[in-house]
Design a binder for this molecule. Structure first.
Ligand code: NAP
Length: 283
């Protein structure tokens, strides 16, 4: 609606300016001066509109995506960059992130399980607004029986999938507060839903995502007064190294769906659990 109003206003000013330009050639000096002033005013209005549409100093909103060197993170980076966003894609080994480096994105080093790495990223980004944080990095050990649980691997899963998003969100909160959209998206799984768990298996992974879900809900309550939107989203079963070749979705389909969900939801929806397809998932 605002866009329509703005367009009409611009068109009206443009045609008035054109009118005056024609008359100014045949009429008085005064008309010419008036036309110049009108043109300047038009320029100022266009400039002001451009800034009110923009989300950062460069005019593009900024998204930071963890684990962006492959899989879903890489596709998030690809789609947001193609859509004109400023993308900060993180990788544990940026020098080896060939596909990410080939995109028009900023690449940064980040191991979400390493506090020193998280601190270094936060320091390098100090003072820069981030509109959207996507905590995407994750691991998926396949452990189906309690006797198979290796507690070191179990801890590692929690360290990456749960503590990773906690660390990164805490470290980048100042940047998110500077952003206009103030959105935090945690990439979870339907395997983290207690309500939907009717088949067991996947020890460690389920717990790590269920904990990530309740972290999202708690964070949403705390940050609600500041206008934040905190979401936890299941990407579907996707053909990546993690999902395997038999998965039902391509990364392109999953990310297109998740981006639509993120775009659609706002502060009134904070603290909710979604599927890439736009349906709510029960906790
Ligand atoms: P993926 O292809 O295995 O990619 C995982 C990404 O996470 C890689 O970029 C990896 O980096 C990064 N990563 C792992 N440990 C990290 C750490 N300590 N610090 C920083 N980055 C780390 O997996 P995906 O399918 O894209 O999964 C992305 C997210 O979706 C995960 O959170 C996953 O749990 C969730 N998910 C996926 C599916 C699915 O079907 N694919 C379903 C449900 C949920 P490296 O290359 O350095 O290892």
């Amino acid at each position: 609606m605002t866009g329509c109003v703005t367009d009409l206003r611009r068109a009206a000013i443009r045609s008035t300016a054109k009118d005056y330009a024609l008359k100014a050639t045949t009429r008085s000096w005064t008309s010419a001066v008036f036309f110049a002033a009108l043109a300047m005013l038009y320029g100022m209005l266009v400039h002001a509109d451009h800034h009110s549409d923009s989300d950062s100093a460069t005019g593009a909103p900024t998204v930071l995506i963890t684990g962006a060197n492959r899989g879903l993170g890489l596709e998030f980076a690809r789609q947001y960059a193609a859509d004109g966003w400023h993308v900060i894609g993180t990788a544990r080994s940026p020098g080896k992130a060939n596909e990410l480096n080939a995109l028009s994105v900023e690449v940064a080093q980040l191991d979400v399980a390493n506090q020193t790495s998280v601190d270094a990223l936060a320091e390098s980004l100090a003072g820069r607004p981030i509109d959207l944080l996507i905590n995407n990095a994750g691991i998926f050990p396949r452990v189906n029986k309690i006797e198979e649980i290796n507690l070191d691997d179990y801890s590692r899963t929690i360290a990456v999938n749960t503590l990773g998003p906690v660390r990164v969100t805490r470290a980048l909160l100042a940047n998110l507060r500077l952003g206009k959209r103030k959105t935090i998206v945690n990439i979870t799984s339907r395997l983290g839903s207690i309500a939907l768990n009717d088949s067991g298996s996947f020890y460690g992974y389920r717990e790590s995502k269920a904990a990530l879900n309740i972290f999202t809900k708690t964070l949403a309550i705390e940050l609600h007064p500041e206008g934040f939107t905190c979401l936890t989203i299941h990407p579907g079963w996707v053909k990546t190294d993690m999902g395997g070749a038999n998965a039902s979705l391509t990364p392109e389909e999953s990310i297109r769906g998740m981006r639509a969900v993120i775009q659609e939801l706002g502060p009134a929806d904070t603290g909710t659990y979604w599927s890439y397809s736009g349906e709510k998932v029960p906790w």
